[in-house]
Ligand binder design. Structure first.
Ligand code: BGC
Length: 741
């Protein structure tokens, strides 16, 4: 239904009157002039819906009246053509008929679930990641959603933090590229297209550094670390056009992020000139009372609005206090006007003043409902996300003519677990989501017999199913196990102090391994887990994360060699929780250990090596890649110039494969000490069996910048090392000198 709002008519009339085309800024000002203070504050107010994705549950009369009185700017968790239309119709009964914005956590898909974001990050494939966000946007935009609360761009070095599953891992360079790819994917060609949703870079800022990996916890960090590691993906999201930002729950060095003027006014809206608007996190304005930062919601509304938080998600602090605060002269009207201007600008850009219902479209929603193209893209993304961690004796890929395969473990026949945290359930899920069992079954002909045993539950301590599982293994030629975390074990408020394989799952692996049968273990998880025994003893390991709707198909493609694994870890995998945080771009210290056995008054643990079990960037292929030596175009780099590092990569395996060639540098001496390695580039290269190819990286002084102790972004002359390899540990090395002139 095409709907021209009262306001749109007013604006069109004034536009004709002046004979000029109004800019969005002028239109926003015209609206602002018509608004009462209470209506302005209403635009800064966001409520959760009384609806669940699948249908209405209760209807809160007060909310509906508030919508009709123009006291609400946005709602979250309201999706579906029917529900969004119903609420928007209420907004159209308000005096000024300002349309509502509908926001939703579309984190890795809506109708079609893609792999969890951390898994997608393992693909290092920016085009595929962008494509995943594009599909999510198309599907939800047809169902009335205008705005996704994604991407989460928090750098995270602590796998105890359950929300690592939502981000792109530990590295600011990779994280920035992925942040930009996701923003562009969600927002499409142009905000205002009906297949584009507004992106929201979250959580601003440093949420990933919560102390002890405990969700919502405090963050205490140097401003240098903030600028160097935690802010770059936000800047990249902004540069890619992110329409909105979301505050984080944590305090940063004692000031809650929601009322952090340094973050919001000085950096985001000041130095970075962000033109969109900032939404609080759920209730985070009111939570400043618990932080001990303000006395009450009145104080919270004052602190957050002045600091630059434009919209209050669910705490009701603004709607109850902001108008009074303005009338009392405690919050300048200009603060409210600025926030409303930002919010209205986005509503205009989204075309909602022209047609508030343009995103609820039955025909488009139906087209996206069972869309084979979207499912195919999800399968490709899932294949690209699976990391091959080990493959001794070429246990993988499994021959399709194998006579008997035993499929064992608590997830083999799992359906909804494949979706991971932050996903949507649909009534037809059981027929739609592909389990590993179903994927393998579809792949193989009648010549292969499949045996099944669950073996054990995810977290329970019972070994009652072990005997049946061992018997199945003994009767098989090859055994494939699927173990790991349930989908709700990694995600928001899912911090864990132990990140081992839960329950008796590793004991089950030991029992199956003892049969001597060729064994493949697949690990589902939303975070790096610790599974040292498995890593040391089982010949073949695939890290399968949570892969989404088409999980089983992608798994079968990899198990049987129709897809050759190409993913690389976006986070270091620790050997023990005591090692956390363990990350590749650490400093050297004054007493670096010479090797794993060096314990003589050096920076080391006496009971385990410093390095992680699997390093950042690690990932194998059914092919094997050998690296030649690095050739530098010059040993000297000068301002205004660049040097090129070239290396020859050979696929020395028997099958075609894809390698992610990674470039790291080390600035040997700095006015502040520099990390032992920093990722500065990567290239994905497909090589036929036996093929060799030269791969080159160009480095300019700008690539060597860092934040000095005055927070200036500088490069400093001196010696640099340069490394190229297939992960952050196994690299070839060269050197160059950066000269001052
Ligand atoms: C999360 C956000 C999310 C919001 C709305 C919060 O608890 O931290 O990431 O967007 O809820 O669901």
């Amino acid at each position: 239904m095409r709907y021209i709002s009262y306001l749109a008519v007013l604006l069109v009339l004034s536009l004709h009157g002046s004979g000029q085309k109004k800019t969005i800024a002028q239109k926003v000002d015209s609206v602002l002039r018509l608004m009462t203070l209470e209506e302005k504050v209403g635009q800064m107010n966001q409520y959760n819906g009384d609806w669940e994705a699948t249908g209405p549950i209760t209807k809160d009369g007060d909310k509906q009246n508030q919508i009709r009185r123009g006291m609400l700017g946005s709602m979250l968790n309201v999706t579906g053509v029917e529900h969004t239309r119903e609420l928007q119709q209420m907004a159209m009964q308000s005096r000024l008929k300002i349309p509502l914005l509908f926001g939703q956590d579309i984190i890795h898909g809506y109708r079609t679930t893609f792999p969890i974001p951390l898994a997608e990050a393992a693909s290092w494939d920016l085009a595929a990641i962008g494509q995943s966000a594009r599909v999510a946007a198309k599907e939800c935009a047809a169902a009335g959603v205008h705005w996704t609360f994604a991407p989460m761009v928090d750098i995270a070095r602590d796998p105890r933090w359950g929300r690592v599953m939502e981000g792109a891992g530990e590295d600011p360079y990779l994280g920035s590229l992925i942040a930009a790819a996701r923003v562009k994917g969600f927002q499409g060609g142009h905000l205002g297209d009906t297949d584009a949703v507004m992106a929201c870079a979250k959580h601003f800022a440093a949420y990933g550094a919560a102390i002890g990996g405990r969700d919502y916890n405090s963050v205490d960090m140097s401003l240098r670390s903030l600028w160097e590691y935690y802010l770059p993906p936000f800047k990249a999201a902004l540069d890619a056009g992110a329409a909105t930002f979301m505050n984080s729950f944590n305090d940063l060095n004692g000031i809650p992020a929601t009322a952090n003027g340094y973050l919001l006014r000085d950096i985001l809206k000041g130095k970075w000139k962000f033109q969109g608007f900032v939404v609080s996190d759920w209730g985070s304005v009111g939570e400043m009372i618990n932080h001990g930062y303000v006395n009450d919601n009145y104080g919270a509304a004052k602190a957050a609005s002045i600091a630059g938080c434009d919209m209050d998600m669910e705490s009701r602090s603004y709607i109850k206090n902001l108008a009074t605060l303005v009338k009392e002269g405690k919050v300048p009207l200009a603060v409210v006007d600025e926030a409303v201007r930002r919010i209205l600008t986005k509503k205009f850009e989204m075309g909602l003043f022209d047609d508030p219902f343009r995103f609820c479209n039955d025909a488009r929603a139906a087209k996206e409902w069972n869309n084979a193209e979207n499912l195919a893209k999800a399968r490709t993304m899932a294949e690209k996300s699976i990391v091959l961690l080990k493959n001794e004796r070429n246990v993988l890929p499994i021959s399709k003519t194998t006579k008997t395969i035993a499929l064992i473990g608590p997830f083999i026949k799992g359906i909804r677990d494949n979706l991971g945290f932050w996903s949507y359930e649909w009534p037809d899920d059981s027929g739609r989501i592909v389990s590993a069992w179903a994927g393998v079954q579809k792949k193989l002909g009648s010549g292969t017999q499949l045996l099944y045993a669950q073996g054990c539950g995810v977290t329970d301590s019972s070994r009652a199913g072990f005997d049946e599982a061992v018997a199945a293994a003994k009767n098989a030629d090859v055994v494939v196990m699927q173990v790991g975390e349930a989908r709700d074990m990694s995600g928001e408020a899912k911090s864990r102090s132990s990140i081992r394989l839960p329950g008796v799952q590793e004991d089950l692996i030991k029992a199956i391994q003892a049969t001597g049968k060729p064994l493949v273990v697949m690990i589902n998880a939303g975070r790096p887990l610790i599974f040292n025994w498995t890593a040391d003893n089982v010949p073949a390991i695939l890290y399968t994360w949570w892969l989404g709707t088409t999980a089983g198909d992608a798994i079968a493609d990899v198990l049987f060699g129709d897809y050759n694994p190409s993913a690389h870890l976006p986070m270091s995998f620790p050997r023990s929780e005591g090692q956390i945080p363990v990350y590749y771009n650490h400093f050297s210290t004054g007493r670096p250990a010479k090797n794993d056995h060096d314990l003589y008054y050096v920076s080391a643990y006496t009971d385990l090596p410093n390095d992680p079990k699997f390093p950042f960037g690690f990932g194998l292929s059914y092919a094997s890649f050998t690296y030649g030596d690095i050739k530098m175009s010059s040993a000297v780099l000068k301002p205004g110039q660049s040097v090129t590092a070239t290396i020859t990569i050979t696929n020395s395996g028997r099958v075609d494969g894809e390698e992610t060639v990674q470039l790291y540098i080390r600035d040997m001496v700095g006015s502040v000490v520099r990390p032992v390695k920093e990722l500065k580039g990567f290239k994905k290269v497909s090589l036929k069996a036996g093929e060799s190819r030269e791969v080159s990286f160009t480095i300019a002084p700008n690539d060597l910048r860092f934040y000095n102790d005055k927070l200036e972004y500088v490069f400093e002359p001196g010696d640099f090392k340069l490394f190229i390899g297939g992960n952050s540990r196994d690299v070839k090395e060269a050197a160059f000198i950066l000269k001052a002139d």
